[in-house]
Design a protein around this ligand. Structure first.
Ligand SMILES: NC(=O)c1ccc[n+]([C@@H]2O[C@H](COP(=O)([O-])OP(=O)(O)OC[C@H]3O[C@@H](n4cnc5c(N)ncnc54)[C@H](OP(=O)(O)O)[C@@H]3O)[C@@H](O)[C@H]2O)c1
Length: 243
């Protein structure tokens, strides 16, 4: 039994797109939903995203919009099995910008990579590299245990507790974790928009017969967006996050 809590959160259009097919769109949901996202972040010790999300969205993953927050900013964790961040740091046209993104926010950033640690001046400055290649194929049954190993290594490196992690995307990382049932709680924010498209979606690749089912914990409304909060296991006794 895992002691660590790993929860998932994503925002999608009514037709299930996490961004449009250009791959560059951000902020599907309203400002009020974003405020709520930052409030949810404040409950976690680490916020994890895939390397594409970090590089494309320039994701800071801090609790900026929740003004009453007084705790430590959550650790930023980048899941980067193909060492895209190292690659970007070796590219003269991207390196300075990516490095400044990595330094944003007063808290450690951990990169869980596939073995190619960045060779960039000043890299070790509050940025940590964990060598733990993780296969993000949707049928990888070792996903949760490999992630546990990586997070345990990260805890030792940064000397901080990472017993609660919120995974905020992108669709590749979320799809793999959702398919393996490798999470406790799931937040899905639905914005009343239609974009069409097929590239950036949660792809369970299942039939109704073997669908993954969740238990509803809470539903709330922020402007025109609806936020569904589920738990993965009906035997858990999770409470609503927003009390
Ligand atoms: N609406 C939302 O809630 C939300 C949240 C976050 C992000 N997004 C959007 O999602 C988009 C990025 O999502 P994404 O799904 O492309 O990427 P991602 O989940 O952010 O990152 C996935 C990473 O895993 C790598 N990868 C892919 N398949 C793999 C495999 N089988 N084994 C190991 N590693 C593998 C990818 O490498 P490669 O680069 O080589 O493929 C990439 O570096 C962005 O445009 C962002 O705006 C939306």
């Amino acid at each position: 039994m895992n002691k660590r809590k790993i929860d998932l959160k994503w925002a999608q259009t009514l037709d299930g797109q996490l961004c449009d097919d250009s791959g560059t769109s951000q902020w599907i949901t309203s400002g009020s939903e974003l405020d709520y996202t930052h409030y949810i972040r404040s409950k976690y010790q680490g916020i994890l995203v895939g390397a594409s999300t970090f590089l494309i969205d320039k994701a800071q993953l801090t609790v900026r919009r929740y003004k009453d927050f007084q705790g430590d900013q959550p650790v930023r964790i980048i899941l980067d099995p193909r060492d895209r961040v190292s690659e970007a740091l070796s590219n003269p046209s991207q390196s300075a910008m990516v490095f400044s993104m990595l330094l944003k926010g007063k808290r450690p950033t951990v990169i869980i990579g596939g073995g190619a640690e960045p060779n960039y001046p000043g890299f070790a400055n509050n940025i940590y590299y964990v060598n733990q290649p993780i296969d993000l194929s949707i049928d990888n049954t070792r996903l949760r245990s490999d992630l546990e190993t990586a997070l345990a290594k990260a805890e030792k490196l940064i000397e901080r507790d990472l017993s609660s992690i919120l995974v905020e995307g992108g669709p590749r990382v979320l799809t793999s974790l959702a398919n393996q049932g490798a999470f406790d709680r799931l937040f899905v924010s639905v914005a009343p928009k239609l974009t069409g498209g097929y590239k950036f979606r949660i792809e369970a690749g299942r039939n109704l017969r073997d669908s993954i089912n969740f238990e509803l914990i809470d539903v709330s409304v922020r402007e025109n967006d609806v936020i569904f909060e589920y738990q993965s296991n009906k035997d858990q006794a999770l409470e609503r996050v927003y009390q």
